[in-house]
Design a protein around this ligand. Structure first.
Ligand code: LLP
Length: 464
């Protein structure tokens, strides 16, 4: 049984749902002036100083994920405001896969976010955090009968990914005789140049969505519109993640508009929603150019209003970002276990690895690293994890100050797809998660222990 800390979950009222005020922007993580990279840290958390982080690591141990609560709130409000200012009807969902800590989910729910879920687990987390099923979407290319049945029973909107998936859903609906809302995921065949190939989801070679290029979308529409128990709410598309260019989003919205017009033409039916997916990137590197939510929202609004002016009622614009809300608010706090200096390469060995932050290995992702409270004797190092694999490095060569054993390390921008992708590989315990709100700390997930590692295992004497 996983240790959901019920007390800290219900203490959420102390964390979430409170009036928003911008946190003071202390930029204290910028103190490592001469180490790499040189620029300020204004994009990663607001107000954690090196000293504060060291104190937290000493008090609660490491590795631990630390989240800046005010930043999550601000990021959500910034993005939803940008869209609401540019289009009459907007619905923002949070893509749970980025981070499913109950407190983060509850905070975003309290701010008005709906839920983009992929599994029964994520749907249950949403419900546990008070989400209204009407604001929930189940999206997956491969949904089980159990997941579909759960979604139907709860009234969650089901995002169709294939004709075969729709036929399977219809069978279940026919048995259950329950009215079900669906949308259709379009594969728009849009490529994203800045995105790693593993997270580029909108081109024709991916497993996602019904092809824009053949007639499958309209076959699916016909099946849905002919069925008494199905309500076709809208169309959906998610072209990829960590996108920093406007172009692919523009192409996508143009294609979605075309599909909406074609549905109207073929079936005399106006869809109610167009979901542009998530994907808005964040600057992981200093100086990386951002795509601002305002620019994105303005363009999406302009395109939709222009293309769909023949609609009696403009469809709602839905979106479902994950990373944008939580990535920059999170730091993975670690500790130096040893420092290896060799003629060939120098390594800073820390007490975590790709088991806790998979992004560098999986997507060659760049995360800024700080050796806390160290600022001099800069050398080239590779930051290495403690997993027994050569690939387990968290950075390539970086200019970093010479650390000592026991020094604390901050890996920045780790709030999205950090903990949610963590595993118990090599039997290391999953890290703790800590929220910092207005200078106060809240443990929002206990560190695992040995008992947690063994849960669900059974010792069968006869097998030994
Ligand atoms: N909607 C759908 C259908 C998705 O598949 C995703 C992400 C999102 C929304 C949210 O995308 P976001 O706004 O977070 O970019 N583990 C990878 C990212 C995988 C994203 C998968 N789908 C990483 O660490 O970069």
């Amino acid at each position: 049984m996983s240790k959901i800390n019920r007390r800290s979950f219900f203490e959420i009222s102390a964390l979430g749902g409170v009036a928003i005020g911008l946190a003071p922007r202390a930029f204290s993580l910028s103190t490592n002036k001469r180490s790499e990279p040189l620029a300020r840290y204004e994009k990663s958390t607001y107000d954690f100083s090196h000293r504060e982080l060291i104190k937290i690591a000493e008090k609660y141990g490491s590795p631990a994920y630390v989240y800046d609560w005010n930043m999550i709130k601000d990021k959500y409000l910034e993005l939803s405001k940008a869209f609401k200012n540019n289009y009459p009807k907007v619905k923002v969902h949070y893509a749970y896969k980025a981070n499913t800590n109950l407190n983060i989910v509850s905070l975003l729910t309290s701010l008005g976010a709906g839920a983009e879920c992929i599994s029964e687990g994520e749907m249950k987390i949403a419900l546990e955090c008070g989400q209204d099923p009407k604001n929930m979407i189940l999206t997956s290319n491969s949904k089980s009968t159990k997941e579909l049945s759960f979604a139907i029973e709860k009234g969650v909107l089901i995002n169709i990914d294939s004709l075969s998936g729709l036929k399977k859903l219809i069978k279940i609906i026919d048995e259950k005789k329950v009215k079900t809302r669906i949308s259709i995921r379009v594969n728009p065949d849009v490529t994203t140049t800045s995105t790693h190939k593993h997270i580029s989801t909108g081109h024709k070679f991916t497993k996602f969505g019904l092809m824009y290029l053949n007639g499958d979308i309209y076959k699916a529409c016909k099946l849905a519109l002919d069925h008494k128990k199905i309500q076709l709410v809208g169309i959906h598309s998610h072209i990829g993640s960590q996108i920093l260019e406007l172009g692919p989003f523009e192409k996508n919205i143009k294609i979605l508009s075309k599909v909406a017009l074609e549905i109207k033409k073929q079936f005399n039916y106006e869809i109610k929603s167009i979901n542009m997916g998530g994907g808005l990137g964040i600057p992981y590197r200093d100086g990386e150019k951002e795509l601002s939510p305002k620019t994105l929202a303005r363009q999406m609004g302009i395109q939709l209003k222009r293309k769909l002016k023949s609609f009696k009622r403009l469809p709602e614009l839905w979106l479902e970002p994950g990373r944008y809300f939580v990535a920059q608010a999170g730091i993975l706090l670690a500790e130096v276990n040893s420092v290896k200096m060799t003629d060939i390469r120098n390594f800073i060995n820390i007490n975590t690895g790709f088991n806790h932050l998979a992004r560098p290995v999986m997507y060659e992702a760049y995360h800024r690293v700080r050796i806390l409270n160290k600022n001099s004797n800069i050398k080239k190092f590779q930051v290495a994890g403690n997993i027994c694999e050569t690939g387990d490095v968290l950075t390539q060569m970086r200019n970093l100050p010479m650390p000592e054993i026991g020094d604390k390390v901050a890996i920045l921008d780790a709030g999205a797809y950090g903990f949610s992708m963590a595993s118990e590989y090599n039997s290391f315990y999953l890290p703790a998660e800590i929220a910092i709100k207005d200078g106060k700390e809240f443990i929002i997930r206990e560190r695992e222990d040995f008992e947690d590692l063994l849960r669900n295992q059974k010792i069968i004497r006869k097998l030994v």
